[in-house]
Write a protein that binds this ligand. Sequence first.
Ligand code: UT7
Length: 366
Amino acid sequence: MPVHDELPLTEQSTPTDAQTLLHPSPHADRLAESHVPKGLNSAVITGTGFYMPEKVLTNADLEKMVDTSDEWIIERTGIKERRIARPEQAASDLALEAARRALNDAHTRPSELDLILVATVTGDMLFPSTACLLQDRLGAPKVGAMDVSAGCTGFIYALDTARQHIATGAARTVLVVGVEVLSRITDWTDRGTCVLLGDGSGAAVVKQSEHKHVGIVAGVLGADGSRGVDLYMPGGGSRHPATEETLRKRMHYLKMNGNAIFKVAVRSMAQTVTQLLDKIGAKPEDIKLLIPHQANLRIIEAVAKQLHFSMDRVFVNIQKYANTSSATTIIALDEARKTGLIGPGDLTMLVAFGAGLTWGGVAIRW
Ligand code: UT7
């Protein structure tokens, strides 16, 4: 597998047109009172929720399945346990639970939705999209519904897409879900990956708001497709449709070059935070809470170190749920909100990295 040492992130993480419109000058005065130019709308998260399957798989359980140890997993990853969906549960089932909780939290009825976005790489099936299945299960109107595939950065890609739809007036109320049933694409004989992954779902309701000083104030998205083979599932698509051979070669499982990804994860997430700060004219000390993708505690600590952040301003829940890919950041955001770590006026950032390779972040003023 190719190993690239340098990622020209600054060149590749160019803002989209609407992002530029929202933030015309990256050197604007710090935290200007209104971040939304005339004619564009503010996008505010009004509710969040998450759902975890009940079944807990501990490190001790994994010791009985592969050649690993509780000590190795905790020391190298920070993970103690993860959740596993019931056999009959698919992505749309997990998504439905999280979506209902987020809608309740936002005091919003499904009938008010006018766009549904689901970030996932483990949808119920290749098509129809899990977003369409969710629309039906929620009894939502026949509005646009689509899946977003950006690996672990999926929720951030979807959230920024929601922001753009709201900014331009194309949508007023958007449901954004991050959901994974990674246990279905985990090779339970590969100790290099199976100890890292878990199932779960999270959701957010994003609404158009009159309050222009709050909301999702900036977004950064980036990708480097040349690194796709560092984290991928080779079988099951049009390149390698399912055959006896693809099954024999275990091509329907997630493959990862963990060492190579580690370095890119740290660099891309740290650079994304710096780019977001630059876009909104803020300083690192203005961030109340950084909510990073939960892939490995050592990655999170390295990002914090690069940014000169103390860990008490960085949210971590990887010990309970492991890496749930596109669901981690929204699950973490919901936990942070519900435990009172985020209050009115606070600036938070979600930042992630994943298959693609992709990376991205959003800055949120509450
Ligand atoms: O969600 C986004 C995508 N994923 C990531 O961002 C993950 C990024 N990568 C990582 O988190 C880390 O690279 C891993 C956790 C995957 C691996 O940690 P590491 O410290 O980079 O370990 P390593 O791959 O360098 O392996 C060290 C040793 C090896 O043994 P030898 O060659 O030194 O004898 C591995 O075979 O640890 C061994 N090893 C294990 N030992 C016990 C690998 N996996 C395990 C295991 N239990 N589960």
